[in-house]
Design a protein around this ligand. Structure first.
Ligand code: BG6
Length: 487
């Protein structure tokens, strides 16, 4: 499983993402023996730091984000030894030459360059890489989200990076694609014969995809207030999940075959615009409330120095994939911050049996449902109607066939970034978004954002610790359905 030695350069190397996710993930891959000598990891940012100061900061980050047990032994020292640091000013010429010289002896290795900075630096960094001759045939550039804030800005980023590198060397990350259960969705669909025959409008009543978070904006208010839930979660993570549910079987588990199929789904999304935005979408913004017995502030109080904002922290909408397979099947999507619990799941709700032969004695027959839980407690549940045991006659109860990952598979579930970082080194683009996918997702999202702004309605308030505004309940109940709260 070990990967070949590589050099990884992380722009934004002292930032929040690097410290919270990237270095902890790299450390875990190193600890498990997947990273081989003489691989190097080079942090880059504008700050002037010595190598030792940088190592100290990373070591503190690891203390905060990996367990004491994982830090035991001599592996931590070995990892810190791989780290180097260079100050580079992306907008100017300072530091680039030194960075080039520092990795000049690694020409034959994979050179991964991770852009974990604000996207308005992507252009300057991409051109700096070219100008200072840092791009080799084995260079791969990883782009973090957000990839723009609308179609035009996404195209600008893609053009700028595309100027200096071919698409085959560009890795646009959506960390949801690295989550274990997300890949399991593909296993469920394409490694089993059971589901595919019923995976269509003849048998599926509707689909729900939910990403609920307990956290608020967590000091990221500056970014979040310019984004909102549609840009932050829907345009990328949730649409990617929708693609994996709705796509046709790719001819092979190969990057372009897979991405071609996802692209077709994105292009088949029914447009939401001025004509239907009011009935198909709901926006919300949290007010102060109580979560897990603790008071939490409202959105505006969390933003520094802002006393008015129409940014949505919750969005629910009804999407539709206009293909033969899915025509008429609603995809209800929702995501919000400061909801009562952190849970992400996909529900495939099947249709009612065509005829209940048990009469009223059996009671209500619930529709079968397949629930794929992404986090926490990863697992898959298939809800079936089962006869209640005992002599009481044919009475039914909805019971899940329950596959809990924790119970079935011992061992730790790797973080999405662990897998995705190693995929970059291995040169596997399957779980990364292609340019046309990102842009197709914006083609769907832009008219929604524009319609909202023309509508000029502020987001509906909801109390932190509740499941969002009541209009979100109405959105689905109008159709005679309900949001599924999985026990
Ligand atoms: C990020 C969003 O992409 O995903 C955050 O910018 C969000 O706002 C996060 O909190 C959720 O990721 P996860 O892996 O914690 O579900």
């Amino acid at each position: 499983l070990a990967v070949d030695p590589f050099d990884l350069v992380v722009f934004g190397g002292t930032g929040d993402l690097a410290y919270r996710k990237l270095f902890p993930s790299l450390y875990r891959r190193d600890r498990d023996g997947q990273i081989t000598d003489p691989s190097r990891i080079i942090g880059v940012s504008r700050r002037q730091l010595s190598r030792d100061e940088f190592r100290k900061e990373v070591s503190e980050a690891l203390e905060a984000h990996v367990t004491a047990e994982e830090r035991e032994g001599d592996k931590l020292r070995r990892f810190l030894d791989r780290l180097d640091y260079h100050a580079v000013d992306a907008d100017h010429d300072e530091g680039w030459e030194e960075l080039r010289a520092a990795i000049a002896d690694g020409l034959d290795r994979v050179r991964a360059i991770y852009l974990a900075t604000s996207p308005n630096l992507f252009d300057a960094i991409a051109h700096g890489l070219a100008k200072f001759d840092l791009i080799t045939p084995k260079t791969r550039v990883v782009l973090e989200k957000p990839l723009g804030h609308d179609l035009a800005s996404a195209q600008e980023i893609n053009d700028a990076v595309g100027d200096v590198l071919p698409e085959s060397q560009i890795y646009r990350i959506d960390h949801y694609l690295g989550k274990e259960t997300v890949q399991n969705l593909m296993a469920l669909r394409f490694a089993n014969v059971l589901f595919e025959p019923v995976w269509n409008s003849a048998h599926v009543d509707h689909v729900q995809i939910m990403v609920a978070e307990k956290i608020g904006v967590e000091g990221r208010g500056g970014y979040y207030d310019t984004a909102g839930a549609l840009r932050d979660m829907m345009q990328n993570h949730i649409l990617q999940l929708l693609c994996l549910v709705a796509m046709e079987p790719p001819s092979a588990m190969e990057a372009d075959a897979l991405r071609d199929e996802k692209l077709k789904v994105l292009r088949a999304l029914k447009p939401i615009d001025d004509s239907n935005v009011r009935t198909l979408t709901v926006r919300g913004q949290y007010r102060s409330g109580v979560i897990d017995g603790k008071s939490v502030p409202g959105y505006l109080e969390e933003l520094d120095g802002v006393d008015e904002s129409t940014t949505e922290t919750y969005v629910a909408l009804k999407a539709e994939v206009q293909t033969w397979r899915w025509a008429g099947v609603p995809f209800y999507l929702r995501s919000g911050k400061r909801l009562p619990t952190q849970v992400s799941e996909i529900v495939i709700q099947f249709r009612q049996v065509p005829l209940s032969i048990f009469g009223s004695a059996g009671g209500f027959l619930a529709q079968n449902a397949l629930v794929i839980r992404l986090q926490p407690d990863e697992g898959v549940k298939l809800y079936l109607m089962i006869k209640d045991p005992g002599p009481g006659g044919m009475r039914f109860r909805e019971v899940p066939l329950n596959l809990s990952f924790a119970e079935t598979f011992k061992g730790r579930n790797p973080d999405a970034y662990e897998r995705l970082l190693m995929d970059v080194i291995r040169g596997n683009q399957a779980l990364f978004m292609r340019r046309d996918e990102v842009e197709a997702a914006w083609v769907w999202a832009d008219p929604i954002l524009e319609a909202w702004s023309r509508l000029g309605q502020p987001p509906a308030p909801y109390t932190a610790g509740t499941w969002g505004p009541s209009s979100a309940v109405a959105l689905i109940e109008r159709d005679g359905r309900t949001w599924r709260e999985d026990p």
